[in-house]
Design a binder for this molecule. Structure first.
Ligand SMILES: [Zn+2]
Length: 128
């Protein structure tokens, strides 16, 4: 388990420095951004924000995993409660499900996505 904890801590440090670097870049770009104000730059900024969100979510996942390691609650499948194999945890430290449940869920999610796309226009209307 120490090995996985170390992996998570490394990942966390990397994410934190990535996020810090991007925030600094964003601050630096702000002054120039006002003058240039091109749509391309606007798109890039949106993409940055999106990536930052994703990193933030990942960071939270790592925090949760680290807490679970501390309280000996780590490495169990959220679906069936079975141990997640150590091999899987080393490959995917943030895995919250065993390989069986994960692939079941991915399969049903794929089916759902296909359905959502086909039904997209009516869904947008009904969400309002
Ligand atoms: Zn499971």
């Amino acid at each position: 388990m120490e090995e996985i904890k170390r992996l998570l801590l490394e990942e966390k440090a990397k994410l934190l420095s990535d996020i810090r670097e991007k925030t600094e870049n964003n601050l630096k770009n702000k002054d120039i951004g006002d003058a240039i104000d091109s749509s391309v730059e606007e798109q890039e900024r949106e993409l940055d924000l999106l990536l930052q969100d994703r990193e933030q979510v990942r960071l939270e996942g790592i925090e949760i995993a680290l807490k679970r390691i501390e309280s000996d609650d780590f490495g169990y499948c959220e679906e069936c409660g079975e141990d997640i194999s150590k091999k899987r945890l080393l490959a995917v430290p943030l895995a919250r499900m065993c390989i069986n449940c994960q692939s079941n869920i991915e399969r049903s999610r794929l089916a759902q996505n296909a359905f959502t796309r086909a039904d997209y226009s009516s869904q947008v209307l009904s969400e309002e």
